[in-house]
Design a protein around this ligand. Structure first.
Ligand code: MSP
Length: 666
């Protein structure tokens, strides 16, 4: 019999900067479900990827003096590395710059145009540049973008439009008749009452004001704009409209699209309307989860309050971080990230409850029976209750995971862990061990502990990729059939022939006071905004890439210590040679004199200085910056300049030849 399929997706990420722990949240959640479904025997397709087009990327790339493709290639490399570090088991990774995606989006656009669902017109509207969204007057909140709260501007250009309004009634009917389609339920009411019922306007789906996008094949100068490009990824990756569409036939419709709450609207209105126009089945479910926030609002690079997942994993271990993300916050609600909450969870749930249970059990089997339990077992009080609690957990965990209730599922599993710890207190093995006559009963008690841990170790697999194996090693379990998912509903599987191995402590306890003290000044872990009131908080809940207002910048100002500052080695240097960098109109290659040393630096100042005007100038060099290659040319540092936001005005910091080169700047 062929396996049942299961298709789950995460949103595709904007590679306009490093991903933070908020992004990891969605992907870890999707990974847990994918792992769970595989364990249950499904044929899983788990998709993640990157959304690489748009004005924002074009702008950032230009600021960095590289092409948009070079820019995204570099960041996407970091995205791959992050998912590999977090042991994310995606089956496919789509990039919207992949050839297959580009050609299929072009086909979709043409098809919709030819059948009359896309038409050409002119758009004048209120546009939010960071969100790449047009809004109607009525949708604005206090005259600002309803998604990010920033200013919108009137924009007019020739555009293609998708007839979204045509699908309004069908969309309302679908949402009303299929409660499972959009979860949690509160988001469904919001979509129906705030967006669908007030009326849908047709959607602008092409732009002419920037070029970094998928070209419309039949109208030069137009590029497909944002949502038709991004949303189609879920089917282009499966080979829709391509020569080999077997994956599409097999996996579409998606079983779950996991998305953050701010993009629910696109996934439950625009996406289903597109699918209706293409006469394709709709995804079975869109799940809009909440945000991971720091005190003061959503994590965002522009606010400087991002938490780096690489730093966290390095410090506390992958499983602790994955456990925290999925346990601490009920999926669907917003939740606050704090180092204190994280360390408390590690200490209580992982080190104390689970870690101790494993190490105590292994130590007792080792101490009282030399590593392997005898066959002479003898049942007694508390055994039946323990067994029933443990065996009942599987069903509850499955029911909760099927509803994406990660936190409740983990709570159920930890009830079993606690029940098992209580069993140790009830049976007091150290008392039994005092009398040789109690050995069969002692063996039974320890057997029950091992058996309970075996079942827990299987159940935690979707959440924790590393811990189960450590437990199996310590319990000496070496038959994979004893740890398959089905074996969570059977008691008596642990073998008396297994030999336990004492190993490292799985979750070391953290001294919370010391740890919090040591984290105080480390911006890499967490930087708290000082925003206190709800009103202020709302204002700073902004999208990751937008520029903060001057006021927000002030509110979010964080200080560095003098030690932080002292890490940067600023030096006086003289420019002695200048030449342009090939194929770049922004970059110049400079040779600098730095005392007795010479340095080569590549600088993005070509638009502001002619080479001949630079030779002889004394500038300030960041001398201990890690060398990088720009356009294939090595740059050994960076020279300082003042510039406006768009780098339209730029002036080098110079020293009028009054200092020796190599002098320190402090
Ligand atoms: N590119 C679009 C998605 C297109 S899907 C066809 C996008 N990208 S994003 O990089 O800005 O965000 C990707 C996902 O990360 C979103 O679901 C977003 O909600 C999620 N998160 C970003 N910051 C987050 C938190 N602080 N907390 C939880 N999730 C967050 O939107």
């Amino acid at each position: 019999m062929s396996k049942e399929k299961f298709y789950i997706t995460t949103p595709i990420y904007y590679p306009s900067g490093k991903l933070h722990i908020g992004h990891s949240y969605t992907t870890v959640a999707a990974d847990a479900i994918a792992r769970y479904k595989r364990l249950k025997g499904y044929d899983v397709m788990f998709l993640t990827g990157t959304d690489e087009h748009g004005q924002k990327i074009q702008r950032v790339a230009a600021q960095n003096g590289v092409t948009p493709k070079q820019y995204v290639d570099n960041i996407v490399k970091g995205v791959y590395e992050l998912w590999s570090l977090m042991k994310v088991t995606n089956d496919k990774f789509i990039r919207t710059t992949d050839a297959i995606h580009i050609t299929t989006v072009q086909k979709i656009f043409k098809k919709l145009y030819e059948q009359g669902d896309i038409y050409k017109s002119e758009y004048e509207g209120l546009y939010c540049t960071p969100c790449e969204s047009f809004w109607t007057e009525t949708q604005l909140v206090d005259g600002k973008c309803p998604d990010c709260g920033r200013d919108v501007e009137i924009t007019k250009e020739e555009s293609y439009f998708f007839k979204l309004s045509k699908y309004q009634d069908r969309l309302i009917k679908h949402l009303e008749e299929n409660p499972e389609f959009l979860q949690p339920t509160s988001r469904r009411n919001e979509m129906i009452n705030n967006f669908l019922k007030p009326g849908l306007e047709d959607l602008c789906v092409s732009r002419t004001s920037f070029s970094w996008g998928i070209p419309v094949t039949f109208d030069e100068g137009h590029v497909v704009y944002v949502w038709i490009d991004a949303l189609s990824n879920y089917i282009t990756v499966l080979g829709y409209l391509s020569e080999d569409d077997s994956d599409f036939q097999k996996f579409w419709p998606a079983d779950v699209h996991l998305v953050g709450k701010e993009i629910v609207r696109f996934h439950t209105i625009i996406w289903p309307a597109m699918l209706m126009a293409l006469e394709l089945p709709l995804p079975k479910q869109v799940y809009g989860h909440g945000w991971l926030v720091l005190e003061g609002g959503k994590m965002s690079k522009s606010k400087g309050n991002v938490v780096d997942p690489v730093v966290l994993v390095d410090k506390y271990g992958l499983d602790a971080i994955r456990y925290f993300l999925l346990r601490e916050i009920p999926f669907g609600s917003d939740g606050v990230f704090s180092n204190e909450a994280l360390i408390n969870r590690i200490n209580s749930d992982l080190a104390n409850d689970l870690g101790n249970l494993v190490s105590r059990t292994v130590a007792m089997i080792d101490k009282y029976f030399g590593g392997s339990l005898p066959d002479t077992l003898e049942s007694g009080d508390y055994d039946a209750d323990l067994r029933e609690t443990v065996l009942g957990t599987v069903e509850k965990t499955e029911a909760l995971l099927d509803k994406l209730q990660f936190s409740s599922a983990l709570t159920e599993i930890w009830k079993t862990v606690s029940r098992t710890n209580k069993y140790i207190d009830e049976t007091a093995p150290w008392v039994l061990a005092k009398d040789e006559a109690n050995k069969p009963r002692l063996a039974q008690v320890l057997y029950n502990l091992a058996e309970s841990i075996r079942i827990v170790s299987i159940l935690i697999q979707p959440f924790m990729p590393e811990t189960p194996e450590k437990i199996w090693y310590q319990l000496g379990i070496n038959k994979t059939s004893d740890i398959s998912w089905e074996m969570t509903s059977k008691w008596g599987i642990y073998k008396t022939e297994y030999t336990v191995q004492k190993g490292d402590i799985i979750f070391p306890r953290i001294d919370i006071k010391k740890e919090l003290e040591s984290l105080k000044d480390k911006a890499t872990i967490e930087v708290k905004s000082e925003v206190k009131s709800e009103a202020k908080k709302k204002k700073v809940e902004v999208d990751a890439e937008s520029k903060p207002t001057a006021k927000q910048e002030k509110e979010n100002m964080e200080y560095i210590t003098i030690e932080d500052f002292a890490k940067i080695d600023f030096r006086v240097a003289r420019i002695v040679e200048v030449e342009p960098v090939e194929k770049s109109d922004k970059l110049l290659k400079l040779k600098l004199e730095l005392g007795a040393e010479t340095r080569q630096v590549v600088s993005g100042i070509a638009k502001h200085y002619k080479p001949q005007d630079l030779v002889g100038k004394q500038v300030v060099l960041v001398a201990n910056l890690k060398p990088v290659k720009l356009r294939g040319v090595e740059s050994q540092g960076m020279i300082l300049a003042a510039s406006d936001e768009n780098d339209e005005k730029l002036v080098l910091i110079t020293l009028d030849d009054k200092m020796d080169t190599g002098s320190k700047v402090r």
